[in-house]
Design a protein around this ligand. Structure first.
Ligand code: IPE
Ligand code: IPE
Ligand code: MG
Length: 251
C-alpha cells in the first residue's frame, strides 16, 4: 500500500489546484460488498469526508466542493433518503466545532427548499457559526443538480431583465456566472469521482468546462488523504492548454 508520507513530498505546493470538486460515489456498493445495508456505507463515508476535508485544509487548498446529495437522489427509497438526511444533520452538528478549530468556512449549494425543516435549521446554524472562518471553503452540494442551477439562473436573469435591472444586450459569461450558486467561488481545476463510474451525474456542468477529470475505482468509504494526494499528483502532471497549442503554453 502507498503511504501518504511517501506521496506528500511529491506534491508541488506552488501548483496546487485552488478548487477541488469531488463526486463521492460508491457508498452503497461498498456496504453491499460487505453484506451490509447501504446506509452502513453512507455512515462510513463520513469518515472519508473528515479525512479529505482535513487533508485539503492541511495542503492549503482554498475551495473543496463535495457532492453529497443530488436532486435525483430524492428518488431513492424513502428509508435511504431519511437515513441520509439524519446522517447529514448529525454529522453537521458534530463537526461544527472541528470546522471552527480548523478555520473552515461551510457553504451549501443546492435546492435547500427540498430539505426537511430540521435539516435546514441545522444547516443554517452551521453556516452562521462558521461564517467568520478564513481558511478552507468547504462547499457541500446538497439537493444539488447542475440543470436545476442553470434553469434557476436563467429564470432569475429573466426576472431581472423584466424588472429593468439588466439590459439583455449586455448579458455575457460574467452575468451568468453571477447568477449561479457558485458565484463566490472560482471554477474547479480538478474534479475527482470515486468508485469507477465515468460520468458527471448532473454536477457543475458549466463550472467544469476546463477542469481536469480524475476517476478512481476506490469506493468513497475507502478514499483517504493518500488517494487525494495521488489525484493531485496526477493533476500536476497534466498539460492544461485551454484551447491553445503546446508551444503557446510553454512560453
Ligand atoms: C454516494 O454513494 C452517496 C450518495 C449518492 C448519496 P452511492 O449511494 O451512490 O453508492 P453506490 O453508487 O450506489 O455504490
Ligand atoms: C452522484 O452519484 C451524486 C452524489 C455522489 C451525491 P449517484 O450515485 O447518484 O450517480 P449515478 O446515479 O450513478 O449517476
Ligand atoms: Mg452512486
Amino acid at each position: 500500500m502507498v503511504q501518504q508520507e511517501n506521496l506528500l513530498p511529491k506534491i508541488n505546493k506552488e501548483q496546487l489546484p485552488s478548487h477541488i470538486a469531488i463526486i463521492m460515489d460508491g457508498n452503497g456498493r461498498w456496504a453491499e460488498e460487505k453484506g451490509q445495508e447501504r446506509l452502513y456505507g453512507h455512515f462510513h463515508g463520513v469518515e472519508s469526508v473528515r479525512d479529505i476535508v482535513e487533508g485539503a485544509a492541511e495542503l492549503g487548498i482554498q475551495y473543496l466542493t463535495l457532492y453529497a446529495f443530488s436532486t435525483e437522489n430524492w428518488d431513492r427509497p424513502q428509508q435511504e433518503v431519511e437515513g441520509l438526511m439524519g446522517l447529514l444533520v448529525d454529522t453537521i452538528h458534530k463537526e461544527v466545532p472541528v470546522l471552527n478549530k480548523n478555520n473552515i468556512k461551510l457553504h451549501v449549494i443546492g435546492d435547500l427548499n427540498m430539505l426537511p425543516h430540521f435539516a435546514r435549521i441545522e444547516l443554517n446554524e452551521a453556516l452562521e457559526m462558521t461564517s467568520h472562518n478564513t481558511g478552507l471553503n468547504l462547499i457541500m452540494a446538497l439537493s444539488y443538480s447542475s440543470r436545476w442551477e442553470l434553469v434557476n439562473a436563467v429564470k432569475n436573469i429573466g426576472l431581472d431583465v423584466q424588472a429593468g435591472k439588466i439590459d439583455p444586450h449586455t448579458i455575457n459569461a460574467d452575468t451568468l456566472q453571477q447568477y449561479l450558486s457558485t458565484s463566490d467561488f472560482p471554477d474547479p481545476e480538478l474534479m475527482i469521482r470515486t468508485s469507477g463510474e465515468y460520468r458527471i451525474s448532473n454536477f457543475l456542468l458549466y463550472q467544469l468546462a476546463y477542469a481536469e477529470l480524475y476517476f478512481t475505482n476506490t469506493r468513497w468509504p475507502d478514499f483517504r488523504k493518500v488517494n487525494l494526494y495521488e489525484a493531485i499528483i496526477d493533476y500536476q502532471g497534466r498539460e492544461r492548454r485551454f484551447g491553445k497549442t503546446r508551444q503557446q503554453i510553454q512560453v
